[in-house]
Write a protein that binds this ligand. Structure first.
Ligand SMILES: Nc1nc2c(ncn2[C@@H]2O[C@H](COP(=O)(O)OP(=O)(O)O)[C@@H](O)[C@H]2O)c(=O)[nH]1
Ligand SMILES: [Mg+2]
Length: 234
């Protein structure tokens, strides 16, 4: 991608996890100016600033915060590197579903880049002019080559709830990592066995199979959807 500046988007809830070191190494090699945009700050009350790679700006596309900081940062870096009044092509990079297209829409002030809870929604690069001098490039998200961290991709939403292969097993992995959070959200006591907890949730949500047995597959997918949408905080 032939961008003048790169913005690497990180999820405020998963800062370390959404740093794609493969991409950063590439950018450094090309000697391109870049900075980080930590987004979805509305979903995280206690952001540990010490772990955020620098330089960065904090934003929330949902709450429309950090917009002018982001814009200023682009212009300042652009002027420092390329001189005054030069047009700037700005690449927006990051994991699938991290919030890239939403940031572009926030800068544009209206919906131009298509967003979705379904990861991989942005299929190819798309140029969006937000003002005379700034052209943003929306990109499909990328995961480092060979990265197979199933739990992480589920938490970030890079693997979306619709496409998780074994939702019960996947959800059990999340419950193990975040004990109590899901139980509390659904108001079911923690059981000795996590699969039993999922059964309880299915019953509570009236997700039943023919014959009245709890539909744990559907329940697990629904729970995953709840935290991917940011409703259920882990
Ligand atoms: N709460 C919250 N949700 C967001 C924010 N930005 C994006 N999202 C949601 O995250 C999902 C993915 O966003 P999108 O912009 O399509 O991500 P992309 O795949 O990186 O382009 C969508 O469901 C968005 O509504 C934000 O700042 N706060
Ligand atoms: Mg997108």
């Amino acid at each position: 991608m032939k961008s003048d500046i790169l913005v690497i988007v990180l999820d405020a809830r998963f800062i370390r996890e959404t740093v794609n070191s493969e991409i950063i190494a590439k950018i450094r090699k090309q000697n391109k100016p870049y900075f980080y945009a930590v987004t979805k700050t509305d979903l995280e009350d206690n952001i540990d600033k010490s772990i955020i790679p620098k330089p960065y700006v904090l934003v929330s596309a949902t709450k429309h915060t950090g917009k002018s900081n982001l814009r200023q940062r682009i212009l300042i870096i652009g002027e420092r590197k390329y001189g005054k009044n030069r047009s700037l092509k700005v690449g927006i990079l990051g994991y699938p579903n991290v919030g890239k297209s939403s940031i572009i829409n926030m800068l544009k002030g209206r919906k131009s880049a298509s967003t979705s809870i379904i990861s991989g929604h942005t299929k190819s690069e798309q140029n969006i002019r937000t003002e005379r001098r700034i052209l943003l490039v929306d990109t499909p998200g990328v995961i480092p080559y060979g990265e197979r961290d199933r739990l992480k991709h589920l938490l970030i939403g890079s693997t979306d709830f619709d496409r998780v292969e074994d939702p019960v097993d996947a959800l059990e992995g999340v419950m193990k990592e975040y004990p109590g959070a899901i139980e509390e959200y659904f108001g079911v006591g923690p059981e000795d066995d996590r699969s039993e907890t999922i059964e309880k949730i299915a019953l509570k949500m009236h997700l039943l199979k023919k014959g009245g047995l709890p539909d744990v597959q559907r329940a697990a997918r629904m729970v995953i959807r709840e935290f991917q949408k940011g409703k259920l905080r882990l």
